[in-house]
Design a protein around this ligand. Structure first.
Ligand SMILES: [Zn+2]
Length: 498
């Protein structure tokens, strides 16, 4: 009698234990994939964002509904995005939008039981969904495996590494990855026997799976992440067989890492996704500043604050065009062109236009210039349209002097020519012009202007043009001046160099 209670309690314990033993896989899945229903349209509407995607509903092999989305872009490469936990696809729409803003098509689906997808998130079902969804998209959108980029975030680690182990791909981006579900279980459910049973399967051991990956990877993790400890990325990083880059974000935790740092890291993402390799392996991001570290001792090698600017998009203030590099849209025309002001400026043609920010900065520069010389800043040429440049070229101006149409910095709406001269000698032999030029070299960066062609054909692609000044925004122009490099040198050295 005395032990009756104890025996009953023990039997109950054994029953629960046995129940959990057989349910282990399901429980481990549910603890990783709690499902929440939400409609992406509702979330997007709530955020009042214009999110123009194609919704996809297909049937899986086992007749479940797979709900997903596809956002198209013109590049050949496409990103297969595996979302994080804590909610369905719509919760991650800002990250999807971000990837799309890097000029890639993106597709993603909701895990079984998530959002509008049906089913239960068991291992087999998740694998089946990945496979069925990819095969559908591949067929419908003509995607080739060699153009496939896999991008996963947090819990997506498990699903995506499983998918990547069965499908060829070109690159992989791992945002806040964990080493395995067993390690995550240990962390969250303590190291006690029932837990060991729940996670005994230890499926999805990403840190083991990545030993077979040979394609380049970019891994991103906050060093103050208490959800997935920083030590776990290390295992993934160290085991990853292919070329790899790690980005450590100082003081940051787990959620919304792309929302917070995507802007700063845009240059690195663009470069990683469009080029093969880097000359550094470790990036330390501290207070929105980027430091590139060398591979051996992780000592600071160089600090490149402006690495992350967008040099590719025609509308970017740091759009790079050169003799070899044109606009993406040939007849690109800035949308915010305004007439330059007459104050402290003499507009030799009258009615010349620049993009608004460049116009404002030029006004400030001219004011300072006037204060110094009591001469208005003489603007010979500002924005030149594609059609206008075509006209110049048909007039017979050669390629080292006049850019080909759709290759001219003037088409950015950010460049001006000041004080006319037919060549650099004529310009610099004019004592006034020489004075002005020396002053501009000293002060123009304060207003964001940079003398693009100052080192000659070999470096900048064009003859020296002391009259040609390009607005790049203040910090960047200042940086180029401090380093004594031209925009072309910067682009060639930091952005193109492999
Ligand atoms: Zn010019």
């Amino acid at each position: 009698m005395k032990y009756k209670k104890t025996i009953l309690f023990f039997l109950l314990f054994v029953m629960v234990y046995v129940f959990f033993f057989f349910q282990a896989e399901r429980i481990q899945m549910l603890s990783t994939f709690p499902w929440i229903e939400a409609n992406i349209q509702d979330v997007v509407w709530y955020q009042k964002e214009n999110f123009d995607f194609e919704e996809i509903n297909i049937l899986s092999t086992s007749w479940e509904t797979i709900n997903g989305l596809y956002l198209s872009w013109t590049k050949n490469e496409s990103v297969f995005y595996f979302h994080g936990n804590g909610g369905p696809l719509p919760y991650f729409y800002s990250e999807i939008k971000y990837i799309h803003s890097l000029w890639y098509s993106v597709f993603a689906y909701d895990y079984p039981g998530y959002g509008k997808s049906t089913g239960v998130p068991e291992i087999e079902k998740v694998s089946e969904f990945s496979k069925d969804f990819f095969e559908f998209i591949k067929r419908e959108k003509n995607i080739r495996n060699e153009d496939l980029i896999i991008w996963w975030y947090s819990v997506g680690t498990a699903v995506a590494s499983d998918f990547a182990s069965k499908n060829d791909f070109s690159k992989i981006v791992l945002v806040s990855p964990f080493s395995s579900r067993y390690d995550m279980g240990k962390r969250w459910f303590f190291n006690i026997p029932p837990q060991k049973l729940f996670f005994m399967g230890n499926s999805y051991v990403t840190s083991e799976i990545v030993k077979n990956f040979s394609k380049p990877a970019l891994i991103l993790h906050g060093n103050n992440d208490f959800i997935v400890p920083f030590s776990q990325w290390k295992q993934v990083f160290e085991n990853y067989a292919g070329e790899k880059i790690f980005i450590e974000i100082d003081g940051f935790w787990h959620n919304w890492i792309i929302d917070e740092y995507g802007g700063t890291l845009k240059g690195i993402f663009s470069k990683f996704l469009s080029w093969e390799s880097f000359d550094f392996q470790y990036v330390f991001l501290d207070d929105q500043k980027i430091k590139l570290l060398d591979q051996e001792n992780q000592k600071e090698e160089q600090e490149v604050l402006f690495f992350s600017q967008d040099f590719e998009n025609d509308t970017s203030f740091t759009k790079y065009v050169s003799r070899e590099k044109s606009f993406e849209v040939l007849n690109y025309e800035p949308q915010d062109l305004v007439m330059i002001s007459w104050e402290n400026i003499s507009d030799t043609k009258g009615g010349q236009v620049l993009r608004e920010e460049a116009k404002i900065q030029l006004g400030l520069l001219a004011k300072e210039f006037f204060r110094e010389f009591w001469v208005p800043l003489k603007i010979i040429s500002a924005y030149r349209s594609y059609a206008y440049q075509l006209g110049i070229k048909s007039g017979g101006c050669n390629d080292v002097f006049c850019a080909k149409a759709w290759y001219s910095e003037h088409q950015t709406g950010l460049a001006v020519d000041i004080f006319e001269a037919s060549n650099q000698n004529d310009f610099l032999e004019n004592p006034d012009f020489k004075k002005y030029f020396t002053w501009m070299q000293e002060h123009a960066d304060t207003y964001g202007f940079h003398n693009s062609y100052q080192k000659g054909k070999e470096i900048d692609g064009y003859e020296i043009e002391p009259w040609h000044w390009r607005y790049l925004w203040v910090d960047f122009a200042h940086y180029l001046k401090e380093k004594n490099i031209t925009f072309s040198e910067f682009y060639t050295h930091y952005i193109l160099k492999k």
